[in-house]
Design a protein around this ligand. Sequence first.
Ligand code: GDP
Length: 447
Amino acid sequence: MAFDSLTEKLQNVFKNLRSKGRLTEDDVKTALKEVKMALLEADVNFKVVKGFIKSVQERAVGQDVMNGLNPGQMVIKIVNEELVNLMGSETTEIQLQPGSAVTVIMMAGLQGAGKTTTTAKLAGKFKLKGKKPLLVACDVYRPAAIKQLQINGEKQGVEVFSMGDKNKPADIAKAALEHARKNNNNIVILDTAGRLHIDEDMMGELQEIKEAVTVHQTILVVDAMTGQDAVNVAGSFNEKIGIDGVIVTKLDGDTRGGAALSIKAVTGRPILYVGMGEKLSDLEQFYPDRMASRILGMGDVLTLIEKAGAEIDEEKARQMTQKMKKAQFDFDDYLESMNQMKKMGGLSSIMGMMPGLGGMGGKMPDLDNEENEKRMARMEAMIYSMTLEERRNPDLLNPSRKHRIAKGAGVDIAEVNRMVKQFNEAKKMMKKLPGMMGGRGGKKGKF
Ligand code: GDP
């Protein structure tokens, strides 16, 4: 996961600070030296690091300690705020044209950065928001790229416009816009051709597209794993064709995170989204504040809540909250809640965002995902081995029924007993939960 070692190092620095009652200027200096090293090792651009440390230092020295915070916490607060500033303070949305006007988005980037995949991911996001995107295959050099866009578009349920590889990208873009107007597509996303390195041909081609159609947003896709190269690429693209924002892909595979931290500061262009995996759903909006708290190892409860909100079936969650309130939770609901959990990416991905249980830098010795998934599968098998009556009325489960269930699910009776016990505990806990969850309605009620 990105920032793993940065988080670990920063946490060590802060642990030392926190153990001191009062901080001297020297303490702060030593701590900041370590923060500096940690950032450099995370491959953050050195000029950015220099500026960052300077601002933290200026603010840390001579600042009154706020009520309720000790000096160490105060430094953490400042570092956190400066990290947020570094990444652009606020979340930047892709600007769409008002009303029913068509928005044209041009995707650019080097070959292999993840452009085609990200294009399809983005289309999925727009579709979820009720838009009608059209994907356009402008990469005429690699027939495989056209095919890939078609396959991904189909997976997303989004139309793909292609004219094969015999036309100029600028002409394809023009024809696509015509098509969009006739078919009521309100967003046109152009997937352009990348090259292995920045070259004049590529820039010229992007320029031609821009001259042929009005491009409202130019989005650059860069690969986080290339570190500072990604930042340099962003700088060059911005200089040559002008970009509105950046999507950083493969943050899931990048342990250092330097690109994500430096792009805004170096190019002046914000990060819009980050790619967190190969699946078409693995694209997350970029929130500088949440990313900062992840980097500092404070967990990311906000992302967790949002993830839960977006992917849990609202109506089912509402019904479940009602049942929980009335303590009518049964094994069918237990199954359903396991399915919801799976949709959210499994236990460990959720736990990883909880403060103290992992976060970006944390380790979860007790939560081996594979083991948990196996356990969940066995639980499912046991519930499926119950009769409908037993699922709805768990009190029916006497020893002979439990034996039958164990046999049906291929587990031993002790495991059935364990599951029933866990179920009863969960039920007890849920009775207490609704009152604690506050008033945001059933949607987020599970948390
Ligand atoms: P393009 O040449 O820029 O169009 O790149 P592709 O879209 O073909 O992506 C190149 C490779 O990167 C593919 O194997 C993708 O599955 C993979 N990829 C793209 N985005 C991500 C991401 O966010 N995380 C991971 N792990 N892989 C990604």
